[in-house]
Ligand binder design. Sequence first.
Ligand SMILES: NC(=O)c1ccc[n+]([C@@H]2O[C@H](COP(=O)([O-])OP(=O)(O)OC[C@H]3O[C@@H](n4cnc5c(N)ncnc54)[C@H](OP(=O)(O)O)[C@@H]3O)[C@@H](O)[C@H]2O)c1
Length: 248
Amino acid sequence: MFSLEGRTALVTGTRTGIGRAIAVGLARAGADVVLHGHRDDLDEVEAEVRKAGREAWRWVYDLSDVTRLPGAAEELLGRHRVDILVNNAGIIRRAPAARHSYADWRAVLDVDLDAVFLLSQAAGRPMLRRGSGKIIMIASMLSFQGGVNVAGYTVAKHAVAGLTRSLACEWAARGVQVNAIAPGYIATDNTAPLRDDPGRESAIRDRIPAGRWGTPGDLAGAAVFLASPASDYVNGHVLAVDGGWLAR
Ligand SMILES: NC(=O)c1ccc[n+]([C@@H]2O[C@H](COP(=O)([O-])OP(=O)(O)OC[C@H]3O[C@@H](n4cnc5c(N)ncnc54)[C@H](OP(=O)(O)O)[C@@H]3O)[C@@H](O)[C@H]2O)c1
């Protein structure tokens, strides 16, 4: 029930970090993968998908260009039947709220929320016509909590949880499961500034019941679950993969 054989997944932001680990995890579970990247520098992840014995294609698109996104997504979806969409690509801009520029606010909301909505719409339409599909959002601990110095990101990730529930309510009866994974503190480029600050690094680690930062690979199992028939009656759920952070 966890096999993804015969399915094609589109994963955004696969050059590094969580997106890369999820793309490879889905491939190991049997999916062919459309690897999305900001730029055409996806050789390593493509080699890993092929090593798993699966087909890999590339889609290069800057998701901050939200105006052209619906057309670009239509064109892609005309070439590939996407059974699983993972909305992983995201950015973060850190600044105290009183000095958080509107440009940064807008940039974060464009990539982390608007692009997620537009891509889910584009991929969701053919899924609804077929009566099956899986959409997985990447939420955050900041879908539940306020955070510090990341007002735009927190707003975007709260909204991603809302979008997950909203789409799930409309699409569950039509065979499309929409859910989210909320990663805890994962060692990637996104969190490098936190790990480079010894005080913040140990304060975060000491609060994690599992006693360590997560790795991108820690997210792969949850993604396979939410992409597979094992989760066919799971709708609108935000699954924390956080070493117990929220339980504390
Ligand atoms: N790390 C954590 O602790 C953590 C916790 C909660 C949630 N998350 C979420 O997990 C997701 C992945 O983040 P990560 O931690 O793996 O960080 P990451 O290594 O920085 O990955 C972010 C990915 O998004 C892509 N991306 C950024 N801007 C883009 C744009 N305008 N167009 C297309 N692609 C773009 C990046 O591509 P390039 O590198 O080529 O620019 C990269 O592949 C994000 O949604 C993030 O908010 C992370």
